[in-house]
Design a protein around this ligand. Structure first.
Ligand code: FES
Length: 104
């Protein structure tokens, strides 16, 4: 299990224990993280899993993938550290990861 910290839009924090080798979006939905809906099922086609990765974690999490970048180009409130949670695979390397849920 990997601990992930979500900063929610109301300013509170939700900490989840995510299973390894699943997309971060799936772990968030399974744990009822508000603001992460995963409407397209992880196809990088809806941006309802948009998060901001804490800058301290950006290198470990990695860069946006091309399909993800295209989706984010058409999304709102995009920042340099924006990622689609469905395109981030949970691994034990990400234990303690901090992300902020983007406004929906
Ligand atoms: Fe749709 Fe991530 S679940 S873009």
């Amino acid at each position: 299990m990997t601990t992930i910290n979500f900063q929610l839009s109301d300013g509170t924090q939700q900490v989840i224990d995510a299973e390894d080798d699943v997309p971060l979006m799936e772990a968030a939905v399974d744990n009822d993280v508000p603001g992460i809906d995963g409407d397209c099922g992880g196809m990088a086609a809806c941006a309802t899993c948009h998060v901001y990765v804490d800058p301290a974690w950006q290198e470990k999490v990695g860069e946006q993938k091309p399909t993800e970048r295209s989706m984010l180009d058409n999304s709102f409130d995009v920042k340099e550290n924006s990622r689609l949670a469905c395109q981030i695979q949970v691994t034990d390397d990400l234990d303690g990861l901090c992300v902020e849920v983007a406004p929906s």
